[in-house]
Design a protein. Sequence first.
Lengths: 992, 238, 111
Amino acid sequence: MRDVQSHRLDAAGLVDRARPLGFRFDGRAYEGFLGDTLASALLANGVRLVGRSFKYHRPRGIVTAGPEEPNALVALREGARREPNSKATAVELFDGLSARSQNRWPSLAFDAGAVNGLLAPLLVAGFYYKTFKWPSGFWERVYEPAIRRAAGLGRSSGLPDPDSYEGAYAFCDLLVIGAGPAGLAAALAAGRAGARVILCEEDFALGGRLLCERDAVDGRPAAAWAARAVAELATLPGVTLMARTAVFGAYDGGTFGAVEKVSDHLAVPDPGRPRQRLWRIAARRSVLAAGAIERPLVFPGNDRPGVMMAAASRSYVNRFGVLPGRRVAVLTATDDGWRAAFDLAERGARIEAVIDPRPAGPPALEERARRLGARLLRGGRVAGTHGRLGLTGVTVAAAGGRTERLPVDLLVMSGGYNPNLALTTHLGARPAWSEEIAAFVPGGLPPGMSVAGAARGTLSLGAALREGHAAGREAAEACGLGGCAGEAPRADDEAAGLAASWPVAGARKAFVDFQHDVTVADVALAHREGFRSVELLKRYTTLGMATDQGKLSNLNGHALMAGLLGRPIPEVGTTAARAPTVPVAIGALAGHARGRHFKPTRLTAGHALAAERGATFVEAGQWLRPQWFAAPGEADWLATVTREVRAVREAVGICDVSTLGKIDVQGPDAGAFLDRVYVNGFSGLPVGRARYGVMLREDGFVLDDGTAARLAPDHFVVSTTTANAARVMKHLTYCAQVLWPEADVQLASVTEAWAQYAVAGPRARRLLEALLGAAADVSDAALPFMGAREFEWAGVPVRLFRLSFSGELAYEIAVPAAYGDALGRALLAAGAFLGVAPYGSEALGVLRIEKGHVAGNEISGTTTAGDLGLGRLMSRKKDFVGRALAGRPGLVDPDRLRLVGLRPLDPAGRLSGGAHLLAPGAAATTANDLGYVTSAAFSPSLGRWIALALLRRGPERIGEHLRAVDLLRGTDVPVEVCPPVFVDPEGVRLHA
Amino acid sequence: MPEAASMPGTSRPGTSRPGTPSPGAAAEASLRPVPAFGGLAASSPDGRLVVREREGLGLATVTARRGRGGDLAEVLRASRGLVLRPGPTVSRAGDLALVGTGPETWFAVGAGGGWRFSRALAATLAGLAAVADQSSGYGVLRLSGPAVRAVLAKGVPVDLHPSAFAAGDAAVTLAGHVGIVLWRAEDRADGEEAFDVAVFRSYAESFRHWLFASAAEFGLADGPAPGPGTAGAVSRPA
Amino acid sequence: MRIACPFCGSRDLREFSFLGDAGAAGAGLPGAGPGAGPGAGAEAGADAGPGAGPDADAGARAEAVYLRDNPAGRHRGLWYHEAGCRSWLAVTRDTRTHAIFAVELAREGAR
């Protein structure tokens, strides 16, 4: 059974009374209407207690009617979709919504944690630092778990998020942030002038305060005018209206971040629709019309449920048709706050008193209040509030000090307005202090931004509309659009009557920061203990560090500190606001880039074939490469890899090497260009030949290695390692465009255009003969080691290189990638009679270790060509990138770590990558470190483990006995230093 | 460590008996090309987004030799009737389109011919430009329909509004984390906008995931089975 | 941040990568810079240009590689439009405000 909506008005408001929505709060069923927030629906049902506070577990209610809410935080939804710390004031009600209060046990009304309130004297500012200092071991085991249980807010579900999120880009002439009076006026003016306008509004309804106040615009009720304005905007072709979209950050170049809550107002997103969408908006101009936030007053017991902002009370009455209290006291330091008395009285509330600490004010307001039967306490204050779980009365003190208790269930307060200026400061500008409205207003602005309305400190409706209109018109003009912007909307210029009313030290249980339970006493303590700058105050007391980021609390806290210091507020300053201004879910930032799709996955043309053949794949950068092809009955990967290696050494294997980078280098200067980027010469390379080359970085260390083949006098194809393909392309374009812009050389990445297989093993030639038939002569005479040929076969162009990474007779054959799958199948078919086996990257690694070829483990960015035994390649007859710095003393020091081979003295000994090399008997200390193992493998050819290593003065130590010590794996293996080439050091096989 | 002899499929010298190659094994067979997107064709139920792979295109990167851009333009005009427009735009003549992808650099698109297209173009432009065949290097999708810009906006950081990206405009940019070449194709017969997107072949699966995730709200349904699959176990690097 | 690529137009920062001070590029590297492209068809033994001795250049190279300027204020830096037209750009900007004053193709700026 559902409760009746005890506090819902019969008329008034913008909710749809024909559309009831059922929802649950703490398990109990209620009903609200379409157009409600969770907060307005709870208030409509007379629910005032909605949560417990962070530290003291004090009962808390609904303070605001917007996203600045500090208290009414709930856990929304159930199960994997549970979202903690949702602001009830910003949650759009939907049918079936379920919410739970937080930070209470066992129940909201009886919370055992409230005992913390009795400990309040201990839990003051800085209590962590003072109370839990010793014994030190207690912190992790006792204090932290206890504090974490007792304090804190909501808890996440801990389950994978079942919803999807996405990003999107948008572009416009003008971005209008906020769809209140100034924002609507700006969008209308610019849209009518022909501008592309995006209007973002955090709320689900467009209109801002126009929906909440009983003003008139152009002679119509404000909400009706807003509806007409929105209807007109919807007809303008260049205007995009984005409700439920909060702009959270301003970035360089007119870029803004915004989060659109696409489906948060639904129980479950519609099929295919994301939960939220992260927008990156590039705008030539922007108008900030984000309004202002009313400032609380600080007095004893100001956090009790039933104490509410005055403007919020007007929102509930006027927008939601909810009377938040029936007997009301109004505490206001502004003329604006008096309006709450009138609006609430209009809807049937009894106004018990209006308390205004200012000694005098407009007589017209007082007269009107008197007619309501309200008592007026000029120069008065609130000395205390009463009620265990919600307000039942307030003690007021008149100007003379006489106190009196009034029975009220609602106390509304108004302490002035803080403009929503955070977006003006994200690029470094600081706010400026306005004595006129006693608040910070925008100081400098990001390029292209203007501010209109309350966000600028303009608190009269008429002026806000005029400012918005002017800002929209000027933005359109700045974008070169000359259409007619129309007339500015007209409304009264009623003054808000703002005056400073700052908290003073001494009040008990007077809260400055509701969400983090920071009181006047905490700020005073920070002052006494010397944490006086606003930055230190923030960190010592946690003022402004809660999820509301101090939107309500900061200025009061800083003003209090300023008073204690006897200095003006602008001198004390304010903390810097940074993006995001509203919480943004990590999921929204990730978008579709989740799980397996966190980064792109690249597949070779031979992927499907490899998968068919049972490949296990391994990630190599973005690529998936076959790691090995397990055969039935093989005990483990080592058995598989050993078989694959033997197949290559003894018969023939094929390996997809398409992931190696391929760069097409053309032009009359191509050869000379390569002379400059490789340490060795290429301009003298004959057509039809390939050469191994090493590139250095500018600092003299090795960048990459690979082969380059000359296909024509002005045409080379350069190969790179898989990992460095993009880096080398970037480096070569840098050399071509920046270092030698006069060179007539053209570069193109052709990695993707060709599928390439290595065909390696003593039977490789026979396989190719069988495959290619008459299309190509692959004899040693026609295609010797390091030869390169282009020809056509089976209707496709083929590039055939006689290259060997394995040390065997080997080729690399390339066809256009569309034919890569077919090539792989043809190779396996043609080689079946030779026992051909596909091999993966693991066997490739073993083969190259056996042959002493360096790879990424050795080309690690810390090694020189000399370190890797490649120093002889470095030409002395030409200059090249990296040459000068490669000659620095530190890079030619004979003491450097240099490449060697290792083998365990015990043939059964096992080596591991990363093991450090030590002399026999030396302690495993950094001082004794002689080097480390870079690559280790079981060598099927030698029947034992072998390794490559970087060893201090390595080549001079050939034959020495050392130890390979792996402290992580707990091994200590005696090894002999040997030359790095373990198989066929004479190179007989590859020249076969 | 198991003995090699126990491993099936292991071929050992001296023990295996290689036969002779079967006559003409594969040598003269023509090879079957696999389109980068496996011949993808898909549509949302209401036609708001239509996706179709353009198969068999001839694709090439064309970079003018130093200082020969003018001569190159003249040869294209004379031999193909193609007037080369500057900047990131598409110049078309008959079956040939040149998409401006960089200073003095173009992405040439031929309606057919594959690698032979590139070879012919290289012959035409000999001495004036470097031509590298990319017919296999990219897959090209034609995306069209009233939702096409809304879908592209979910990953392409370029303003595609007609006032900023007119018919014939082109861009080299990103879609999500995948690099693309994008150009406005001729509008569909029903007047709806159409875009061509060229994606490096190896990224086709990733692009496809991004596209279908981004178009899910428009109900884009999968077409024929994809080409290169993603089957197979993946081991994580240790 | 957005950079107005001379070829592609205004593009988001994510398409670019930054290298460093444009003034230091190629400093001390013989043959680099204005009018010093590698001669066509030169064999490996070709002279690398005037003052080609590596020793004489090491100091200048080390400065260019390790001691690049990073001023607070106006700065001309090299950017690579990696996800776009693959042009190297010389971008003059204020490192404090990220205001961009000029963007040119590095290839042309070097002439």
